[in-house]
Design a protein. Structure first.
Length: 78
């Protein structure tokens, strides 16, 4: 399931932020800005009907598509 989440997250990032990244690429180095992360949180929470906790909002959980997919997958497993 995590691979499908990665595919979906990648498509969302391309569509909304015009950043083409692969699984381990650092999104911050590719140009995602702090304000973009806020929008990304909102988009992902809506898409997957989840709510990120305060600990989920760590910089390292949003630095790559792989990290994001793992965090989302953890929420969906609950």
């Amino acid at each position: 399931m995590e691979k499908q989440i990665e595919t979906d997250v990648k498509a969302l990032i391309i569509k909304h932020f015009n950043i083409n990244a692969d699984g381990e690429d650092n999104l911050y180095l590719l140009g995602i800005m702090p304000r973009d992360v806020l929008k990304l949180v909102y988009l992902l929470e809506g898409k997957y009907d989840i709510q990120f906790s305060e600990t989920d909002l760590l910089h390292t959980r949003f630095d790559s598509i792989h990290a994001l997919a793992a965090t989302i997958d953890q929420h969906l497993q609950k």
